[in-house]
Design a protein around this ligand. Structure first.
Ligand SMILES: Nc1ncnc2c1ncn2[C@@H]1O[C@H](COP(=O)(O)OP(=O)(O)OP(=O)(O)O)[C@@H](O)[C@H]1O
Ligand SMILES: [Mg+2]
Length: 399
């Protein structure tokens, strides 16, 4: 059953909503009166709600402000409830990507209609992947092929975005010192990732286009550019999180090529990701690392294993570790594979031409395409324009 979290700082205002949910059996309501100093309504919650209803008023806007700074793709859909005439609350609700704003007194029929609409929208976007968001691509060990796969998946998605007339994918290289993707794509960005993180507070769609580089396919790359060594502890995870929010607001897919480390930067990206692509090879060590990584994601970062996609790179049928071994060890139903093709992969990286461009019918290119489809869904129909997508239902209806 769809789990609904009802939350507010005002218990009396929450009561009628609670009563409404108690009288029906379609949605499972959980009320939470916030009394502590945390402004994130999800902080320490022992379950993952499918929908959140946040009741606010002019004195209690901190929760809504906090929600508006989080990444939409990793949060459940939000419905805001408030007294009439709450202009500031409405503005914040819009910035938070709220699906609806219900004005008090809320009629039970209106509440149910809003919940049903959100449930339907969430169901269809989960099926088609139309939601987009952040996709982290990480190796179970160094040298597994994550940069190669990231560059090629992004290249496939660039073709799809051109065909459907949607914004191109954004590729982010989080290898702050070697920034290999610029080499994989033969790009030479002048203003890079670190400057974008530094200047994130003033970044809008227009300013963003001055950072990174545009590939001829349309895809954009943000990577580090400087010669000086960078320590991840010197970069603000909060600013990186804000940057990802700006990127996801302007690009339906933001692919992040992750270094093989766990620190505050990578933990931030993992917790914000709609999907995590975990790349490994057919060795016992890789499978062991992958199992440990999935466990860390779940227990430390609250990332459900359902959000992880497993890719076996350099796959060979005659290897000692077989597909079924990987499936069983990692407790997953699906394992995607990319065959081993040493010569063409090397040539692609050395010349800066994605393999998908060199030979889009090769076995490697076809398997990379399969990864892209798994991530974003097969729905290739043109999606609604940006304005339509970011406007919550309550404003769209008024157009
Ligand atoms: N399927 C494949 N078949 C053959 N060679 C491959 C394949 N995938 C990647 N490679 C080769 O492996 C090399 C290393 O790949 P890549 O740089 O993508 O690894 P990585 O996991 O990003 O490494 P790092 O840990 O340094 O970030 C590439 O230069 C490419 O030539
Ligand atoms: Mg790499």
């Amino acid at each position: 059953m769809t789990k609904v979290l009802l939350t507010s700082r005002n218990s009396a205002a929450l009561r009628p909503l609670q009563q409404c949910l108690a009288q029906q059996s379609e949605f499972e309501g959980h009320a939470r009166v916030v009394t502590n100093g945390y402004t994130d309504p999800l902080h320490g919650l022992p379950f993952s709600p499918d929908i959140v209803i946040l009741r606010v008023d002019s004195e209690h806007l901190a929760e809504l402000t906090a929600w508006s700074t989080k990444n939409g793709a990793s949060r459940p859909p939000l419905i805001v409830v408030g007294p009439p005439g709450q202009v500031e609350a409405m503005r914040l609700a819009m910035r938070s990507g709220a699906k609806d704003f219900l004005v008090e007194p809320v009629a039970p029929a209106d509440l149910m209609a809003a919940l049903r609409q959100v449930r339907t929208d969430a169901g269809s976007s989960a099926r088609t992947g139309a939601h987009g968001g952040v996709y982290a691509i990480v190796g179970a060990a160094g040298g597994t092929g994550t940069s190669f796969i990231s560059a090629n998946v992004a290249r496939v998605l660039a073709d799809d975005s051109e065909r459907t007339g949607t914004a191109p994918p954004m590729l982010v290289d989080l290898d702050l010192n070697f920034a290999p993707l610029a080499h994989h794509l033969d790009l030479h960005p002048e203003r890079g990732l670190l400057q974008a993180i530094e200047e994130v507070d003033g970044l809008d769609e227009f300013a963003l286009s001055g950072f990174g580089a545009r590939h001829r396919s349309g895809l954009r790359l943000l990577s580090a550019t400087g010669a000086a060594a960078v320590l991840s502890k010197d970069i603000s995870a909060e600013k990186l999180s804000k940057l990802l929010d700006v990127l996801t607001a302007n690009h339906p897919q933001v692919l992040v090529d992750m270094p093989h480390v766990l620190d505050s930067l990578t933990a931030t990206v993992f917790s914000m990701s709609a999907h995590i692509v975990l790349v490994l090879q057919q060795s016992v060590l890789h499978v062991r690392n992958a199992a440990r990584f999935m466990n860390i994601l779940k227990t430390e970062l609250g990332v459900s294993p359902e959000r992880v996609r497993i890719v076996l790179n350099r796959y060979r049928k005659d290897a000692l570790v077989e597909l079924d071994d990987v499936r069983r060890s990692l407790n997953v139903d699906t394992v995607l594979t990319v065959p081993s093709h040493y010569r063409s992969a090397l040539e692609s990286v050395d010349t800066g031409v994605p393999l998908f461009e060199m030979d889009r019918n090769s076995a490697v290119a076809r398997s990379v395409r399969q990864i892209a489809i798994t991530l974003v869904g097969e729905d290739e129909a043109p999606r609604a324009g940006l304005l339509q997508r970011v406007l919550p239902g309550f404003l769209r209806n008024k157009q």
